[in-house]
Design a protein around this ligand. Structure first.
Ligand SMILES: [Fe+2]
Ligand SMILES: [Fe+2]
Length: 239
């Protein structure tokens, strides 16, 4: 659990995943010296959001949709975009490289199947991200802008982008890539003995598990925080 006297720096040093997460925020040296209880008392929106995200990473059952919904939409979208960028630019290439290493030493059917699973998984994750980046986030940011600026451009937006609605995004926000990721993890865990290069294998399993943990928080933030918040704004604008 997050200790009250613990500093942000101490907390981050406990888990390598935390070190990756803070890169998605503007955190300086002074912030790292602050205790978690001080951060909670201060009115620093970014740091409070970071703390809530770390709590969710530590234990997904502590994910508080209620608390996270209090943060501005722009902040949530910014975090989600940085996370997408991390998956595309770092995580997927890193996984690809480890699979390549495994293939060099174990060119057996297990690695061939794994490669097939991975390519399928990568395709579905990239498609999922593309829809969010190109359709969902611009619409959500527009709703946020329109409600704060009290603009009358709502109808013009629908005219330009068609019959777009948060309800459709909610229905289409599928978990196909999550299911595929779990399948890969189970497949790997069941075939550990087939692979001679135990080190690369363990690295790969750890990398997939870290991505799974990251994605769980990410998707929950979209489904339980961003989409309901956006739907509320949409209703108010259309009223
Ligand atoms: Fe996403
Ligand atoms: Fe998503």
């Amino acid at each position: 659990m997050l200790g009250k006297t613990q500093t942000l720096g101490d907390l981050i040093s406990t888990d390598y995943l935390f070190k990756l997460i803070i890169k998605r925020f503007e955190v300086d040296q002074d912030d790292l010296q602050k205790s978690i209880s001080t951060i909670r008392k201060e009115n620093n929106v970014d740091l409070n959001f970071l703390t809530e995200i770390l709590i969710a990473f530590e234990d997904i059952n502590s994910f508080s949709s209620q608390k996270l919904a209090e943060f501005p939409i722009k902040l949530v979208v910014n975090y989600l975009r940085k996370t997408h960028h991390y998956y595309i630019s770092k995580k997927l290439p890193e996984l690809e490289q480890t699979i390549y290493h495994l293939k060099q030493k174990n060119n057996n059917p297990t690695v061939q199947v794994l490669l097939h699973f991975f390519n399928d998984y990568k395709r579905s994750l990239l498609e999922h991200i593309e829809v969010e980046e190109n359709e969902l986030f611009p619409y959500v940011l527009f709703l946020d802008y329109a409600s704060s600026e009290k603009t009358d451009k709502v109808e013009a937006y629908y005219k330009e982008f068609g019959n777009i609605s948060i309800e459709t995004f909610m229905m289409e926000h599928d978990h196909e890539h999550e299911t595929r990721l779990k399948e890969i993890i189970n497949y790997l865990a069941a075939r550990e003995k087939n692979l001679n290069d135990q080190l690369s294998f363990k690295v790969l399993l750890t990398q997939f598990q870290a991505l799974n943990k990251d994605l769980r928080v990410h998707e929950k933030l979209e489904e339980d925080v961003l989409l309901p918040k956006a739907q509320l704004l949409e209703k108010l604008l259309q009223a």
